[in-house]
Design a protein around this ligand. Structure first.
Ligand code: TRP
Length: 350
């Protein structure tokens, strides 16, 4: 055999979103831009985490919204510049090996650890669930996320602040697995996002919060220019300055604008105009790409199916290694061997 040198392996990256609706500028600055930047030098997996939406929204009506929301998320990913020839975009529920893996990993994390997570309490609150009604599925949210990460044997996980604790759990589970059975998993590490807190649109005030779909204060990636402009014009005070900080790339210009506005030397309208230009420069190419993907009938579905098939292969291969390391595969093979021998014995003429 000729010793052809194998190409150096690119580090695997995995991240993604729950398909609860269209993505917004907060997602773009917080994570989408980074995913696009990473896809050249890494092997990227982008999960559309529909099973995770079920943890707080299992109702039939909510499940019925998934087809539309899944499509919207994939369109936003492609619009933002995720290139399906470089990144694997896949549908979580289309990769059954992940459920198997999640069940096995559940054995490696104490419930007490999950109960104390602020992120889960927050999700329960948003979904209007009191303690009594938190499902096993919601409690297990981070374990399912660990299965997503570990099925790809991913090393780098770009996430927002609310997900850092989940990546930590994935790391812990991986470490425990490696110690107990065999070193199957690289230890995943979180890459925290740069713009942690883009304010939501609206006037400044005590109710001001970060841009989030649940707060209904977003600028969506698919919003037309007039809507973007009118949303930006609602910003005042700290929120307006927070936007300048997040959207004006030129750091000196941003700092000067913030200082002048805070000192009353620059009025809201002037800052709005500046922001409208900056946001338009950011969103115009996204809108264009989005439109071209949308016009190509069936393309989004094809991309998602292709990505999911690839994710299935990767997940299945990992599951096999896990079953082997834990002794479950040998258990099954042992049974098969005996049953086969018996079948052969029976066929033997006497
Ligand atoms: N928990 C993520 C969110 O808040 C979505 C997600 C599911 C995810 N599995 C993941 C993120 C794996 C990173 C890695 O929407």
């Amino acid at each position: 055999m000729s010793a052809s040198p194998s190409p150096p392996q690119k580090a695997r990256v995995l991240t993604g979103d729950r398909p609860t609706g269209p993505l917004h500028v907060g997602h773009l600055l917080g994570s989408l831009q980074r995913r696009v930047a990473m896809q050249d030098n890494h092997e990227c997996f982008v999960i559309v985490a529909d099973l995770h939406t079920l943890t707080t929204r299992p109702q039939r009506e909510r499940v019925a919204e998934l087809p539309r929301n899944v499509r919207a998320v994939v369109l936003d990913l492609l619009g933002a510049g995720i290139d399906p020839s470089k990144s694997t975009i896949y549908l979580q529920s289309g990769v059954p090996a992940v459920y198997d893996l999640a069940i096995l990993l559940q054995m490696l994390i104490p419930v007490s650890h999950l109960r104390s997570l602020a992120s889960l309490a927050q999700m329960a609150k948003v979904a209007d669930l009191d303690d009594e009604h938190v499902s096993l599925g919601l409690l297990g949210y981070p374990v399912l996320q660990a299965a997503d990460i570990l099925m790809a044997r991913a090393e780098l996980i770009p996430v927002g602040g609310d997900n850092l604790a989940h990546v930590e759990i994935a790391r812990e589970v991986a470490q425990r697995f490696n110690e107990m059975y065999a070193p199957v998993f690289p230890l995943p590490a979180a890459l925290p996002s740069r713009v942690e807190m883009l304010p939501g649109i609206g006037p400044d005030g005590p109710a001001a919060s970060k841009m989030s779909k649940s707060a209904g204060n977003t600028i969506e990636l698919g919003d037309p220019p007039e809507r973007v402009a009118s949303k930006l014009r609602t910003l005042t005070g700290e929120r307006l300055r927070g936007f300048v900080d997040a959207l004006i790339d030129d750091r000196e210009h941003a700092a000067a604008t913030i200082a002048e506005h805070a000192a009353g030397k620059l009025d809201d309208a002037a800052v709005h105009d500046l922001l409208i230009d900056a946001t338009e420069a950011l969103l115009a190419p996204i809108r264009e790409r989005r439109a071209s993907f949308e016009a190509d009938d069936g393309l989004i579905e094809e991309i998602l199916v292709d990505g999911t098939i690839r994710a299935r292969e990767v997940a299945y291969a990992t599951l096999q290694r896990v079953r082997e390391a834990m002794g479950l595969e040998p258990l099954w093979k042992g049974l098969i061997d005996v049953a086969q021998r018996r079948a052969e014995d029976r066929k033997r003429p006497y």
